[in-house]
Design a binder for this molecule. Structure first.
Ligand code: G4P
Length: 543
């Protein structure tokens, strides 16, 4: 291997790019902050996260996130730990933004699942977990808030298996789970690690007091009740539990399980160490041209997220790319697959809080922000060598629809610009009623909260107040016809009042229905046509 490739191979091997998924409030923000603390990226945890009133983490950018205290858009943070280069992709916890999460997971090589020990597997955990499953990425589980009363740890393991269908392999085991947390037994290092609440909410790193199980000194600090219970638990685990199997972990069949408390830093560093040891480095990626090896192929990347106006002072638009192979060097020229144009990658940035750093070089697994003059779309590929087309990012079907217009018609231009922008970011899907001009659009979204984001962003970034009329429609079906010559024109189908007829951005005919039943009814009444969901349509278009 030549020197250049050796360097790339070494850099790729030390990269870990992952996303944290959780139900809101399970502690994802706290965990992100603590990982940054251990990575030396911040020095005092809590400095990036204010009080509840205006709570926002390092990775929260948009105004709406601060106001609502939820994380709307995904963002990326990079830090080094023990010579490993770690990229954390932040994902929105709110279910209305699962589409954004899905795209982010397309850029991750593994996921960390945070679970609140008292609540167990929650609704949003299930949804996000399913998304990880679709991508077959390994999942590491951290059961958080063990400093408080939690569910029985065996019941939690059972829940993971029954609800999510994943087998948990505990790497540590909690001692005292009724609000009397004493610490954990570290099954890998075979030692008891004792917990001390210091009262500073884990602002700085901690070192736990450590004892071997047979150390007589342990009896002086841990009540015999806990010791007996621990011994019984460990016996049961040894008898009934699975051994960790690296292959099963990589395929997402088994999940390494950790107990701890992100707020007090307890168990965070052990988790981080084990995670970087077991989580995969960037691997080969699927493309139309075959698998793309991260080391053997020159630079290639794909756009997984577009976000405008991240910095209100700049009015810029950023395309986030994940590097899939090779090395990025500042000012390199690459081929943009969709336009067929050569583009120069000049000012690429990496993100830390609100600071941006210009990047000189980066490697497969890294996430970069590209200033976007309006060239990039979600799923676009960039490559330094031959043309590469990475597999497209799947689209989520919209489930909520509304008729949207500007309150003041003079603002039409800004209105259109804002709508176009949000559509390109993938935040909304835009349709038009055939006989109506561009003053009114039909907007489809996956989660209803996205309408709030739409309203907020148009007001704040484009100074347009919206009129939003919510519609009863719940599903969109594309009209297809085996014989293209017989493809119906708008107004020709027999739909009665059961559907709303619209055109998508590519002028394809789409019907919006309130139910599956209504869709079947229209299909029956119009022989020759087939109504397809967006996923079926995409599948049909595959070669
Ligand atoms: P999220 O991003 O998943 O939504 O959760 P986040 O980290 O914001 O945590 C939600 C709440 O849970 C926060 O409390 C946080 O301090 C608390 N928390 C996180 N980890 C732990 C833990 O290990 N133990 C305990 N006891 N609490 C934890 P909050 O009151 O909503 O916010 P704040 O006032 O602390 O900022």
């Amino acid at each position: 291997m030549d020197k250049n490739k050796e360097k790339i191979a070494a850099e790729v091997a030390r990269r870990r790019s992952f996303a944290i998924i959780s139900h809101p409030d399970a502690g994802k923000t706290t965990m992100t902050e603590k990982l940054l603390l251990y990575g030396g990226a911040i020095h005092l945890a809590g400095t990036v996260k204010g009080r509840k009133a205006d709570r926002h983490a390092t990775s929260d950018w948009m105004e709406i996130e601060k106001q609502r205290g939820i994380s709307v858009s995904s963002s990326v943070l990079q830090f080094e730990y023990e010579n490993m280069c770690i990229n954390i992709l932040d994902t929105p916890g709110h279910q209305d933004f699962s589409e954004d999460t899905y795209r982010t997971l397309c850029a991750a090589d593994s996921a960390v699942m945070m679970i609140d020990g008292a609540r167990g597997v929650q609704e949003q955990t299930i949804k996000l977990f399913k998304v990880c499953r679709l991508r077959h990425i390994p999942i590491f589980t951290f059961i958080n808030k063990m400093d408080r009363a939690a569910k029985n740890p065996f019941d939690l393991m059972d829940e993971l298996e029954k609800v999510l269908g994943i087998f948990a392999v505990p790497y540590n085991w909690p001692i005292g789970t009724d609000g009397d947390f004493q610490g954990v037994y570290n099954r890998r290092l075979k030692q008891v690690e004792l917990f001390h609440e210091r009262g500073d909410h884990g602002a700085s790193k901690i070192e736990a007091a450590v004892f071997k199980l047979d150390d007589p000194a342990l009896k002086t600090v841990l009540n015999s009740y806990y010791l007996e219970k621990l011994t019984a638990d460990l016996e049961l685990l040894d008898l009934a539990g699975d051994e960790p199997d690296p292959q099963k972990i990589l395929s997402g069949e088994q999940t390494p399980l950790f107990f701890g408390s992100a707020l007090s830093n307890f168990g965070v560093e052990f988790f981080l160490r084990e995670f970087i040891r077991m989580a995969p480095a960037p691997g080969a990626r699927i493309s139309a041209q075959g698998p793309i090896d991260p080391v053997d192929t020159p630079f290639s990347a794909f756009v997984f997220k577009i976000q405008a106006n991240m910095n209100p002072d700049h009015h810029d638009r950023i395309a986030f790319i994940r590097i899939n192979s090779g090395r990025f060097e500042k000012d390199m020229e690459v081929l943009h697959n969709r336009s067929g144009r050569k583009v120069k990658l000049a000012q690429l940035t990496q993100f830390m809080a609100n600071d941006r750093e210009i990047v000189e070089e980066a490697y497969a697994g890294d996430i970069l922000g590209l200033f976007d003059p309006g060239l990039y779309h979600l799923g676009d590929s960039l490559s330094a060598g031959k043309r590469i087309d990475f597999e497209p990012i799947p689209v989520f079907p919209p489930e909520h629809f509304a008729r949207v217009s500007a309150r003041i018609s003079m603002k039409r231009k800004q209105f259109q610009k804002g709508i176009e922008q949000l559509a390109e970011e993938g935040a909304i899907q835009v349709y038009q009623e055939p006989s109506i001009g561009t003053e009114t659009y039909i907007i489809g979204v996956v989660g209803e909260l996205q309408f709030d984001v739409l309203e907020f962003r148009l007001k704040n970034e484009y100074k347009v107040d919206l009129h939003i009329q919510h519609l009863p429609s719940r599903l969109a079906r594309w009209v297809t016809c085996e014989d293209p010559a017989k493809m119906p024109q708008p107004g020709e189908l027999k739909i009665g009042s059961s559907a709303l007829e619209v055109l998508d951005k590519d002028d394809r005919l789409v019907l919006l229905f309130e139910s599956e039943w209504a869709s079947s009814w229209v299909e029956e009444r119009n022989p020759g046509i087939k109504l397809l969901s967006i996923q079926d349509l995409e599948e049909a278009a595959q070669p």
